[in-house]
Structure formats: C-alpha cells, structure tokens
Write a protein that binds this ligand. Sequence first.
Ligand SMILES: [Fe+2]
Length: 409
Amino acid sequence: MNGCILILPLIVSVMAIFVFYISHRRILRERRNYERSFLEKERELRKYHEDLKFLQSFLKGLRSIGITTRVSPDIRELCQIIIEKVTKLMKTEIGSLMLLNPETNLLEIYGSVGLDEEIVRTTKLKIGEGIAGRVFLEGEPIFCADIEKDPRFMRKANVKYYSKSFISVPLRVGDRVIGVLNVNNKEKMQEFNQTDLELLAIVADEVAAIIENTRLYSRMREMYIGTIKALAHALEARDPYYQGHSERVARYSVEIARKLGLPQEQIENVRRAALIHDIGKIGVPDTILLKPDQLTKKEWEIIREHPEIGEELIKPIDFLENLSPMIRSHHERWDGLGYPDGLKGEEIPIGARIIAIADAYDSMTSSRPYREALNKEKAIEELKKEKGRQFDPHLVDVFLEVLKEEVER
Ligand SMILES: [Fe+2]
C-alpha cells in the first residue's frame, strides 16, 4: 500500500514531465516553423521591395529614353543616345540598335555600345540573315541565356562568339518591323532571364515609337522647309535682281556661324532662317517691290513691315519657331536704330546679327534697279565703316576672315 502511495506521485510526475516535454517540443517546432515562415515572408518582402525599386528605376529610365527624342532630330544621333540608355537600363555590356536602311534594304547598326567601330561600320545584314535578320524577318524575339549551353548556337571549337548571352527583339510599329534591338552580355556574367526578355520588349515598343515619330517629324519638317524654300524662290522669281540672293545669304551666314563655333543645330537654324529671311516680302505688292525709282515714305513703311510679316508667317509652324526671332530682327542695327523693335547690341539675336551682315554684303555686291553692284573691295569698306553702327563689330571681323579665306581657296 505504502509502495503504491510512493509510486503514484512518481508516475504522475513522470507523466507530467512527459506531457510537458511533448508540449514543449510542439511549441518549439511551431516556433521554428513560425520563424521559418517569418524569414520566408521577410525574404519575399525584401525581394518584392527590390523588384519594386528595380521597376521604379526601369520606368524612370524608360521615361528618360522618351525625353531624348526632343534632343536630336538626327536619326543616327538619336539611336546612339537610345542604345546608351537601353544598355544602362538593361545592365548589359553590349548593345546595338539596327534599322533597315531604306536605300539599301539592309539592316545596319545605327547606334551601339561595346562594339568595335569596324563591326559597327561593316555590319550590313540582309533580311533573314543572322540572328538580327531572322528577328526582323519573323518579327519574333530570339533569347539565349548561355550560348555555350544552347543547342541552337552550339559553339564550334574554333568559333569565337562575341557574346555569352543575348536577347534580340524586333522594333515594331503596328504590324511593321522597322529594326532590331540587341543586348548582349549581362553585367557581372549573369544570364538573361524571362523577365529581361519581357522588359526589353517593353523598351523596344517605346524605342520603335520614338524612332517612328522622329522620322515622321523630320519628314514633315523637310516638307515644310521645302514649301518655304519654294516660297522664297517664288519671291526671287518676282524680282530678277534678287536671283540666288537667299541661297548666297544662307551660305555666308553658315560660314560666319561655323567660324564662331556655334553648335551644329544653331548653325542649321541660321541657315534656314537666312534662306527665308525676306519671306515677309511676299506681302509687299510688285508695284513697290519692283519700283525702279526712289520709294516714297509710305512705300518704305510698307517695305519695313516685312520682318514682322515673315515672323507671323512662320510662327504657327512649331518646329520653325526657333527661326522667327532671326527673321523678325534681321533689320535691327547694332546701334539700336534698326527696325522693327529698335533692339541694340547683344539684345539682337546672334543669328539675326549674322544674317544682317550677310544680307547687306550680298545686296551691295548685286546690282539693283537704282544702282550698279559694288565691287568686293568697296563692299568690304562699307562693312568696315558700319562696324559698331549698323553691324556687330566682332561679327564683321569674322565675316571679313570668311571672305579672305574664300579668296585663298
Ligand atoms: Fe529683309
């Protein structure tokens, strides 16, 4: 009996310890599971956060590609800017942007990163030729994670591939393919994955739209400029004494602008403005424009309206708006006595100051109904006399250098 009394608490204690042990193990297991799932969730969240951050920077990069379109209307320059952005965005070492050259019907590299100049210059693929040619022909991307493991591109022992992994995607505009975007070798020797392919496809859509818009814009601009040039020629046709005047003024103006080291785009704007600087004379009647005698005060007033009329004519054309200040101000004088606004010195746009000199020189050296043409020496003398009065003195010096070099050539 006593034995029972002694054993019973012992059994109870052992059972209690056993129950405690079992529940403790369960608790420990649950805690471990909980910790594991917590760590997993944390990892997932961190990954999600990283993906989100990547997506944010990707979208920012994509947007910046869009902004570049406003930088350059030149298609090769534009493609170079684009491919530099794309390789940065896709974190790749090599990239190329190929477009179909409409004249040769061959795929050419218009922009590249990490490729030898020789390769860029000489690569010209027929449609269907090579990987890019195939992508162009079929309009489907080709994706290769590791060229050495991919049976489609099994490396032959003596063939050296330029890249380890690559993605080539078509550049599509509607159902038309206009080119191919290639990225090779992901940074840090990583392989491309499905996400990279999907991201590059998004980039390609944006790039194709940018290129197409730029081409359309350029075509439209050339068309407008062609129309304006035709108008300028029509103006010259009205006045035989005016033949070739605007072309010569444009040529002199470009020479001055080049010598000054102005940026290429500004030089181009000066050239265009010079070509049409007198476009406002379209509004001046023949009876005044072609009058062989001295003009009356009233007639002069009408003539003097042409810079403003010219400005009004081109103002509605948004890509010509850069030209309008030059057209408006090409009769301003350095001393402030010109028209229509009486601007003085550097208040006058530099393009207008350049055109004023080129215009005056060509007018002096061409004959007019009321006077014979001056010879070159006399015209130069006149320019020198008007330095700091009618003309920007520094620009006169630059133009005199241009004329001197012209003789030496
Ligand atoms: Fe004029």
